[in-house]
Design a protein around this ligand. Sequence first.
Ligand SMILES: [Ca+2]
Ligand SMILES: [Ca+2]
Ligand SMILES: [Ca+2]
Ligand SMILES: [Ca+2]
Length: 538
Amino acid sequence: MDSPSKRVARVLFAAVLVLAAGAIASSYATAEPNVARAHGSPLGGDGSPAPGATGVAAPEGAAGSGDAVLTDTGGGSPDGAASGADEPVLVDPAEHDPGDLTVVGTQGFYASDERAELVAFDRSGEVAYYADDYRVYFDVDPVEDRPYTVEYLAAEHRDGAACANVSTERCTYNVYERVNLTTGETRTVYGELTPKIYSGRWHDVDRINDSHVAVADILRDSVRVVNTTTAETVYEWNASAYFPEDVGGAAGDWTHINDVEVLDDGRFMVSVRNMDRVVFVDPGEGVDANWTLGEEDDYDILYEQHNPDYIPSERGGPAITVADSENSRVLEYQRVDPETGEATTAADGEWVRSWGWRDSRVQWPRDADRLPNGNTLVVDTHGDRVAEIAPDGNVNWSHTVGMPYDVERLGTGDESGGGDSMRSIRDARGAIAGGSGSRSGVGVPLFQPGGQDADSDAVPPTGRITHPDRGPAETVWVALKELTPSLLVNGLLYAAPSWVRFTDLAFGGLAVLTALSWTGTELYWSRYSPLAALRRRL
Ligand SMILES: [Ca+2]
Ligand SMILES: [Ca+2]
Ligand SMILES: [Ca+2]
Ligand SMILES: [Ca+2]
């Protein structure tokens, strides 16, 4: 009773479903695990995992167990909280030059019960230090003049009596700690209990001097300078002093201020994520609007960015490297005189795109540090990796890490503290053939294919977004990403198990569409469908 065309259609529908399921299954089967699982126990020198030693794969590594382990309410050293099995491997300076070590803070995964990690590893991926005491890790910063010491921001959720001081049922303990990676010695620099959980977790702290830090206070929609020895807030700028209430996110996560940097001239550079803007705050004066990077509802400039780093004039700036997160690309902007195109710190200067990078894997990048060698160290959060990108866009080095937030290369300064602007690198090395590009970065081809010039040290023209090995498959995936709503995709990936990537969502979407079309088609063919009844009547 089936016509040949119906049979062909059914075979096609089934083939697409099998293809999509196969793609997702193969993605699951070949998923690379997180750092610590991939490289065995920190205790097992032979590389064989000791059960429970990493805390990553162990079933007791459930979200929230950090609450049970860390019962001290602040001030105490968390060292005592680590059980014997969780002791980190210590970095042997004889074996690891600091410049060989990369440190990453990660957020972990709820769905697959994978713990957040603070990890240091060398270029071969060998784990040199590992900790997973907290529910989540955000900012990591190298400490000046101490090559093997880092400070990091972590958080854990608490409830009940532990939250009495902040009068909510559940609360967050935000803590800024310092660890010497060679000895494992850890001390609390500053800790604070904040009401609420997810929206109360600080993402960034910037050290000002021995006793003061600047806190990007995501809960209060402010930037605060805190004296860590007295726990006093000595200065605070609140976003409500500048932004009208009707822009940004909903109440409870209005601005999502996720980054602060104290500049040498005393200004604060603040990443106001939900306003898609980086603003410069002059203490006492407020926002210097001439310097703002990003515009209301102009997602071509920035779209819910993370981790902007300021590169000053001495290193070829003013420039800002930034993870343009919802656009899944990493960008750099240079501040120039609109008349001459020369770098300027003048009030009438403007920000123009001076460099960019993306590939088909990158999804929701959240950090980009310019290194002294000219490369850019990138966090690819939903692409599950950290990667070192050459100016011409080639991925010089990468390592798989699940849900990373911030990456630092030891010995290269805090964030982009040791790196030059791309303009300065371009001046020193010369530009790849293809013209100088336009100053504004507008009107030049968006993508600069990698490998266009044999001289891989050369830098693409101003404003182009480099994209290595941009073959047909890469082009299709990037185009698909631009067609799909990034906030939805990144939200799904945030909630998904660690092995799920953008490609799996795409094949999953294809499978759902195919199943719906097949069902609709069968209904249409069916003698019971309303259409069939109508056909019979006519
Ligand atoms: Ca950092
Ligand atoms: Ca920081
Ligand atoms: Ca950075
Ligand atoms: Ca960084």
